[in-house]
Design a protein around this ligand. Sequence first.
Ligand SMILES: [Zn+2]
Length: 208
Amino acid sequence: MIPHNGYFKQLIDSPRVETFFSTRHVGLDAVLADQKIPPKDVVHMHQVHEANVAIVSCAPSEPIPNTDAVVTHIPGVVLAVKTADCLPLLILHNTQPIIAAIHAGRKSTQSSIVLATIKTIQNTFHCGDDFTFWFGPSICKACYQIDQETDLHFDLIGENESQIASVINAPTIIKSNRCTKCENDVFFSYRGGDRLSRLYSLIRLKPE
Ligand SMILES: [Zn+2]
């Protein structure tokens, strides 16, 4: 993640995509304005913590209902995922023009949303498994206690990593290694008290 005007860009180091991540201080609208991206080009999801995957070829005027992962092969279409502790996951196919954005919370992770997305991409585009994955800032295992009595913690990063490794040999995973709750001064954290505000991860294919 390269800091840029108070937000982050170039999350995946490839000349084929542009990627951005907003912060507590520079939100979605400001990132879009700074990058001169028309808001109408952004694909939003109405995220519901399930494992449904949508494929789009343009940005709909309304958020896609009942969806936590979105895929496109069209340059210029901006995929957006919103989070505050959940894991934002971006995918680039390394040879074909295919990208995806995933909202991997605990529930959608337990429903294997990353595997559902990989499968949807491969069934649709008949491509290989040569992907780059970006794991954005999310709540770390130490902060993510899911049962107080037994002190049980959930590892969002580790769970998604092992799911990917179960279908892809030696996958390329770029991890931000930033915790939204530990760094609540930079990021929004639901468990840190941010009930409504969200962080945005954005990805688009550059025109060829
Ligand atoms: Zn933490």
